[in-house]
Design a protein around this ligand. Structure first.
Ligand code: FMN
Length: 317
């Protein structure tokens, strides 16, 4: 489906052809079933599924969501039906839409990540993997891998060896040096880097005199984290060669344009969908309108534009 305006919205993300640069972020769209009554999924560039593990997971104790002034704290804990059920029931449903489906995977050990990648390799309708080494809400695995370059590399190498699918690695912002982790992921064979997952946070219930979330801490997402995400995309884009998927606080088309100009090749919309189910397709339209207003022929012209402008070579052609 072509949005209004004549600009070319197509992008290539690590070999995955997207009709437009807007994906829905993992965990904020389930496996798409609840969303089809809101809009035709073909209006977005692709779907990133809920984080999927080898065995089914019940997730963390409630409450799992707390609102903060400029974002959301969540501690879902990767509740999901397990990879076999996802392959059997969810992927066949999603592949009917003919858009790229990227499966977000999470494990507690390197072997689990490799087993997940092997199970998803050659499953019809799976266009790529997003390897979640960044979840702040699970005790083992998750963020524990993504805060250490060697552990990140070990996971990526194992996944790389287990699949021929494009491998995107989703990093946590809860580190001192994001560039070191991104470099390790690229050197271990990542085809793309996904930035960022949530920032670890806490909220207190002052009437109940206890933490608001059942799991005590959670991951902060939404507008509050956008400047952090943009800074990390900027730093990583200057240090690695593989494409970046930008994510964190994108609520509008102009937010997405900022990520593209910082060096992301595509974006993922997360919390915005929880506020407005139509956010992702609206953001596609808003990017198209921006391109038209500014006279850009292709969305690809925006990628890294602020970097080129800063270097003195980025005026609009
Ligand atoms: C309720 C919720 C569940 C999430 N579940 C996952 C998940 O399963 N796997 C993952 O990699 N990221 C997960 N995330 C992180 C988002 O994909 C995204 O990286 C983050 O929310 C930042 O983007 P946003 O500010 O646009 O929401 C989740 C976020 C939220 C709010």
């Amino acid at each position: 489906m072509t949005p209004r305006g004549g600009a070319d919205l197509e992008v290539n993300l690590a070999g995955i052809r997207l009709a437009n640069p807007v994906l829905v972020a993992s965990g904020t769209f389930g496996y798409g079933r609840e969303m089809v009554r809101w809009f035709d999924l073909r209006r977005v560039g692709g779907i990133i599924t809920k984080g999927t593990t080898l065995a089914p997971r019940a997730g963390n104790p409630p409450p799992r969501i707390a609102e903060t002034p400029a974002g959301l704290l969540n501690s879902i804990g990767l509740e999901n039906p397990g990879v076999d059920a996802v392959v059997r029931e969810e992927i066949p449903f999603l592949r009917e839409f003919g858009i790229p489906v990227i499966v977000n995977i999470a494990g507690e050990t390197v072997e689990e990540y490799a087993a997940l990648a092997a199970k998803l390799d050659r499953v019809e309708g799976v266009a790529g993997l997003e390897v979640n080494v960044s979840c702040p809400n699970v005790r083992a695995g998750g963020m524990a891998f993504g805060t250490d370059p060697l552990a990140t590399a070990a996971v990526v190498r194992a996944v790389r060896n287990a699949t021929s699918l494009p491998v995107m690695v989703k990093l946590t912002p809860n580190v001192t040096d994001i560039v070191a982790i991104a470099r390790a992921a690229q050197e271990a064979g990542a085809d793309a880097i996904s930035l960022i997952n949530t920032l670890k946070g806490l909220a207190i219930d002052v009437r109940g005199h206890r933490p608001l979330l059942g799991a005590v801490t959670g991951g902060l997402s939404g507008p509050a984290i956008k400047p952090v995400a943009l800074r990390m995309v900027w730093e990583v884009a200057g240090a690695i060669d593989v494409p970046i998927l930008g994510c964190g606080g994108i609520m509008t088309g102009l937010d997405a344009v900022e990520f593209l100009m910082a060096g992301a090749s595509a974006v993922a919309v997360g919390s915005a969908t929880l506020v407005d189910p139509l956010a992702a397709p609206r953001i596609v339209e808003e990017i198209a309108a921006y391109l038209e207003e500014e006279g850009f022929a292709r969305v690809g012209d925006l990628v890294g534009l602020a970097r080129r402008t800063l270097a003195g070579g980025g005026e609009n052609s």
